[in-house]
Ligand binder design. Structure first.
Ligand code: SF4
Length: 334
């Protein structure tokens, strides 16, 4: 994949007090810079129209993370942890990070990583049981790592702690820099996959399916625990055909080692009124993911698939998974 080069950098002055802040300013010394007060409130960005959504993502925002609140979670981790970035340079049309119109979907990097990792380590050490921390729920850390090297830094600084595990999902295949690390089995990487046609039409700027499959095999070979997210499942007209093809391809191309114990998560797409507005203006030629025949409202401008339709999808996917991945667990389908 082409490495991201920002068009401009918006930065908070205090980032220069941190080694990573200095490093990034040096790395991008040729890129135009604009000083900002607070990464949460960039006046210039707030005024932009929806059609500029994709262009806004060409910028990089660098600041410090001020709130470090862990949120309890009961899926594949114990806590969702705000970590070193938020937002993303890619533009999946359903991305749930698209909050508040176009105000916070661009990539923001937070340079106070020492503080954030320390809080994770302290919480892990204090807990009675082994905790797993989801560090990738606000961004894509494999993508972020190509800019900051933060994942390499995190794994190296976490591996010798007494307790705790880290996990994160990704849609990117640039995993080579973490393969040689001595991670001591403390990190689980969950690769998100979708049929190639859906990646092309909906997940703009992410890695191809082939690259993601190869990345899963490489990560497993390097000793990482791996999971596979079939997510989000999007019920386009020929969804059965597409998802069956995907499951067969995974079954044929994932290594025996992966197939031995990888676990799956399956998530149906949710969508929102905000997505509809941004996407119709930012990507006028793209597919419309809102389908009023299949979807229903679930409060606050959110849409989800109707329960009978979702059920049909779930039954179909469970059957196919049972056939092609009889030995692998599906942690949940939501
Ligand atoms: S890769 Fe993930 S974070 Fe980035 S736009 Fe897609 S869904 Fe959002």
């Amino acid at each position: 994949m082409k490495i991201f080069k920002p068009e401009s950098i918006y930065y908070e002055k205090q980032i220069l007090d941190y080694p990573l802040g200095k490093e990034l300013m040096e790395k991008y010394k040729d890129v135009p810079k604009i000083e900002i007060e607070n990464h949460n409130n960039i006046e210039e960005m707030r005024k932009k129209e929806n059609k500029e959504f994709a262009n806004m993502k060409r910028n990089l925002i660098i600041g410090t993370r001020k709130t470090h609140k862990f949120v309890e979670n009961h899926k594949t981790s114990d806590y969702l942890v705000p970590y070193t970035s938020s937002g993303c340079t890619a533009a999946c049309m359903y991305c749930y990070l698209v909050c508040n119109y176009n105000k916070c979907a661009y990539l923001r990097l937070f340079v106070n990583r020492e503080q954030m990792l320390e809080k994770i380590i302290k919480t892990a050490n204090k807990a009675e049981k082994e905790l797993t921390f989801e560090i990738g729920s606000n961004s894509d850390l494999i993508l972020e790592n190509t800019i900051t090297n933060n994942l390499v830094w995190t794994i190296e600084n976490f591996k010798d702690t007494n307790k705790g595990f880290l996990t994160f999902p990704t849609k990117f295949d640039m995993v080579d820099s973490i393969l040689p690390l001595d991670h001591k089995g403390k990190v689980t990487i969950r690769m998100s996959v979708n049929p190639e046609e859906i990646i092309n039409r909906v997940e703009f700027g992410t890695s191809r399916l082939q690259g993601r499959i190869e990345a899963i095999n490489k990560l497993k070979e390097a000793g990482y625990k791996v999971g596979i997210l079939i997510a989000p499942v999007i019920l386009v007209d020929n969804w059965k055909e597409l998802y069956l093809e995907l499951i067969k391809k995974l079954s044929n191309e994932l290594s025996q080692k992966v197939k031995k114990d990888a676990f799956f998560e399956i998530i149906f797409m949710t969508y929102s009124f905000v997505h509809t507005k941004i996407n119709e203006e930012a990507f006028p030629n793209a597919i419309n993911l809102y389908n009023k025949e299949l979807m229903t409202g679930r409060g606050k401008g959110k849409y989800m698939y109707k329960s009978d339709i979702r059920k049909e999808g779930e039954i179909f996917l469970r059957e196919q998974m049972h056939k092609y991945f009889p030995n692998n667990t599906i942690e949940y389908i939501v």
